[in-house]
Design a protein around this ligand. Structure first.
Ligand SMILES: Cc1cc2nc3c(=O)[nH]c(=O)nc-3n(C[C@H](O)[C@H](O)[C@H](O)COP(=O)(O)OP(=O)(O)OC[C@H]3O[C@@H](n4cnc5c(N)ncnc54)[C@H](O)[C@@H]3O)c2cc1C
Length: 359
């Protein structure tokens, strides 16, 4: 399975990254083409429940090859596993009206987005979010703005944090796309008296942040695995280049300063992988993994940033020309901010460890 996923991402997803990154109609058409290939190769939606049309693999099995799938930012969408977080969240907290979304979601016929972060408010402090949900007959009226809502431009529904609760709504307006270091995929959306029926509330109301917490544990673990997959890819390119490029009569690989880049990158990848596997084992066992996830998130984000930077350095100017390394470097830069800025994880993890030791 690992070999098959690895080969599929290498042969069918990575070559399409430029088109997929640009988004728009061409990006959507390319995604549909790659998805059709994944379906015919029997690699579609492997970690999704079998009764919804997925492959039924458990988290532990999925964690074993999420790195390979995630070696391209588009791997999870291309292989139909990007909806895993929504599916698990809805199965646990949604009512029947929302559960109807699951089959078309797993089939790739619709997609959803997840909107917590807002303009003008620190995303690191979700409790401060200003979007409101006010009771009305038969449901709620939502008002506010969200941004950096991944995939909202093509989404059929958005899960929105408002007044401390999570709602699933189809009533949102895309305000604009926000390119992140040139790449498509992020959007600002507006909720303007958006009516959300009662049965589109997740959980019991007021428990939105707790539900978000359960989603984030798995989400961050998967993100770490994917970042390590991308770092490994940049590392491979760097090593190839070091072997091939001759400077003043010898290969770059023979230069100690290049060897240092190779060593530090390998050290970072192996350390981040070990930390992430520790976190993943706890998440799969549904145990408290907050400290391990905090360590893994920061290590994996730093690793992708560090390794892509080293690879670009070893490539010289060519490493900055449009292609794989700038794309991976962009993701590495964003990694230190998204899924909770690194600083937040540093400070939350340290506080938790200090508290535990004091008790
Ligand atoms: C590519 C991308 C995709 C995203 N996708 C989504 C999505 O789909 N849905 C969604 O809701 N959000 C999404 N986000 C938003 C992301 O979750 C937020 O950017 C993140 O939570 C940080 O929030 P913020 O940007 O508002 O920064 P802020 O919270 O304002 O933080 C800014 C800076 O303040 C510092 N800081 C913050 N907290 C601390 C602390 N505790 N101690 C010390 N310093 C601190 C850090 O330097 C931090 O970078 C995405 C972001 C990016 C870049």
């Amino acid at each position: 399975m690992l070999e098959q996923v690895s080969a599929f991402v290498r042969e069918h997803v990575q070559p399409s990254e430029t088109v997929l990154d640009a988004g728009g109609e061409a990006g959507q058409a390319e995604l549909a083409r790659v998805r059709a290939l994944a379906k015919s190769a029997g690699l579609w939606a492997l970690p999704l429940p079998r009764d919804l049309g997925g492959g039924g693999l458990g988290l532990t099995e999925y964690f074993a090859w999420a790195e390979q799938e995630g070696s391209s930012d588009h791997g999870p969408a291309a292989l139909g596993s990007a909806c895993l977080l929504d599916v698990r969240m809805f199965r646990r907290f949604a009512r029947p009206a929302v559960l109807e979304l699951l089959k078309p979601l797993v089939a790739g016929e619709i997609s959803g987005s997840y909107a917590m972060t807002e303009p003008g408010v620190a995303g690191s402090d979700p409790a401060a979010a200003r979007t409101t949900a006010v009771r009305t007959s038969g449901g709620w009226l939502l008002n506010g703005r969200k941004w950096f809502t991944t995939g909202a431009g093509n989404a059929s529904y958005v899960t929105v944090l408002a007044s401390g609760s999570l709602f699933v709504t189809t009533d949102f307006r895309v305000v604009r796309e926000i390119p992140v270091l040139g790449a498509a995929g992020q959007f600002e959306i507006a909720l303007e008296d958006a009516f959300v029926p009662d049965d589109h509330l997740l959980g019991e109301g007021g428990d939105g942040l707790a539900i978000a917490g359960t989603r984030l544990a798995l989400g961050r673990t998967l993100r770490c695995l994917r970042w390590i997959g991308m770092a490994e890819r940049a590392f491979g390119l760097m090593c190839l280049r070091a072997d091939e490029r001759q400077v003043r009569g010898s290969a770059l690989a023979d230069r100690q300063l290049v060897q240092q880049h190779v060593f530090e990158s390998l050290l970072a990848i192996r350390s981040a992988r070990a930390l992430t596997r520790q976190a993943a084992a706890l998440v799969a066992a549904e145990q408290d993994a907050r400290t391990e996830i905090g360590l893994a998130k920061v290590a994996a984000a730093r690793t992708l940033h560090q390794v892509t930077d080293a690879a670009i350095q070893v490539f010289g100017a060519e490493g900055l020309a449009p292609g794989t390394l700038p794309m991976l470097a962009r993701i590495g830069r964003a990694a230190r901010i998204l899924d909770g800025a690194d600083e937040m994880h540093v400070s939350d993890t340290a506080r938790r460890v200090l508290r535990t030791r004091a008790n």
